[in-house]
Design a protein around this ligand. Structure first.
Ligand code: PLP
Length: 349
């Protein structure tokens, strides 16, 4: 156990880009990781600032509310990123923490955390910065230490390429200190015993052992390919997907092309029901697309391109998506998106 846990701690620090962050692993999922990030750093009644720019940002704020925190939730368009001016205009000395979802999986939009950090610094306030990296870690550039993120959290099932079942956090020194003082009741998600035991190579209770073996392997795979190469690969796969969507004549949900996500692409349809596209893709083509979540239901479908994926798999996905659109009644010239993606891949060589 100690060598397994030791290798995982070191590997996670590399992937989170943190020299001093303490990894904490719980059985759970991203939602559990949200709860751990909140109950360890904040006391009931304390104020936090959050930005509702999608389904998961909304739920992270909801978790904080349910746990007794006072949440100032700024409504943005679903499809917007959080900007420096959003932070500057809304952050006050009363806020103990800022909650940000790095990559909003419901909208396919990535927030620029450098801008978030700059916005916080410009106000002169010093809240904790809690960042959900569920669909960005291992797919989109994330730098915990450089961007002074206090807590970063994820699940095992996205960029880490594993089955669901693990909630993973990386906890910076200021968040570790906050956990010693805060009054929130917590037991299972108390990260103190977990971090203490993981430092010795153990867990305070039964860990999801099989997931740990998988995690060690996933980290080895990412580090063998080289994190920069992994991120560049996702950049290429995402650009090819966006080129295909443009060729189909369909809009991205992302308000700004520069903030469109490298781990998934959210596509807007107005002539057909997006639920139908997803259903047809699953039933007739055995292709898993994502539905529109929350207020995006029926209007948006999502193409995932994170994790262990290559050019050929993306081309097959795009070909299948074209067929699913056609079968659903969307006017589309078959092959046009696939060709656009192929051209992009050929240019990259
Ligand atoms: C950005 C983001 N945060 C949180 C979650 C919730 O994670 P889970 O479903 O693992 O609880 C998800 C799930 O897809 C997500 O995409």
């Amino acid at each position: 156990m100690p060598s397994l846990v030791g290798e995982i701690r070191t590997g996670l620090r590399s992937i989170f880009k943190s020299e001093q962050g303490e990894p904490a692993i719980f059985s759970g999922s991203g939602t559990g990781a949200w709860e751990a990030s909140l109950v360890n750093t904040l006391s009931p009644g304390e104020r936090v600032l959050s930005f509702e720019n999608g389904h998961f940002a909304r739920l992270y704020a909801e978790a904080a509310r349910q746990l007794g925190m006072q949440v100032d939730e700024i409504k943005l368009r679903w499809g917007d990123a959080v900007t420096e001016s959003d932070i500057e205009a809304n952050l006050g000395p009363e806020h103990r923490a800022v909650l940000v979802v790095h990559n909003e999986t419901s909208t396919g939009v990535t927030t620029d955390l450098v801008a978030v950090r700059r916005g916080i610094d410009r106000t002169g306030h010093d809240p904790l910065l809690l960042v959900d990296v569920v669909s960005s870690l291992g797919s989109i550039d994330f730098r915990m230490d450089e961007w002074r993120v206090d807590v970063a959290l994820t699940g095992t099932q996205k960029g880490l390429m594993l089955p669901p079942g693990g909630a993973i956090l990386c906890v910076g020194p200021r968040a570790l200190a906050a956990a010693e003082k805060n009054r929130a009741p917590r037991y299972f998600y108390d990260w103190r015993p977990v971090i203490r035991d993981m430092q010795q190579g153990f867990f305070p209770y039964t860990p999801a052992t099989l997931l740990l073996f998988g995690l060690r392997e996933a980290l080895r795979m990412l580090l063998e390919e080289g994190l920069d190469n992994v991120l560049a690969r996702h950049g290429r796969l995402a650009q090819a997907t966006r080129d295909a969507v443009r060729a189909w004549g369909l809009p991205l949900l992302a308000s700004e092309a520069a903030r469109a996500s490298n781990s998934l692409t959210a596509v807007v349809v107005d002539k057909v029901d997006s639920n139908k596209v997803v259903k047809v893709a699953a039933e007739r083509l055995n292709l898993a697309l994502g539905v529109g979540l929350g207020q995006l239901r029926g209007r948006v479908f999502r193409i995932g391109h994170l994790g262990s994926l290559n050019e050929l798999e993306v081309l097959a996905t795009l070909a299948g998506t074209e067929l699913a659109l056609k079968y659903s009644g969307q006017e589309i010239e078959l092959g046009i998106g696939v060709a656009a993606a192929q051209r992009f891949f050929a240019e990259c060589v």
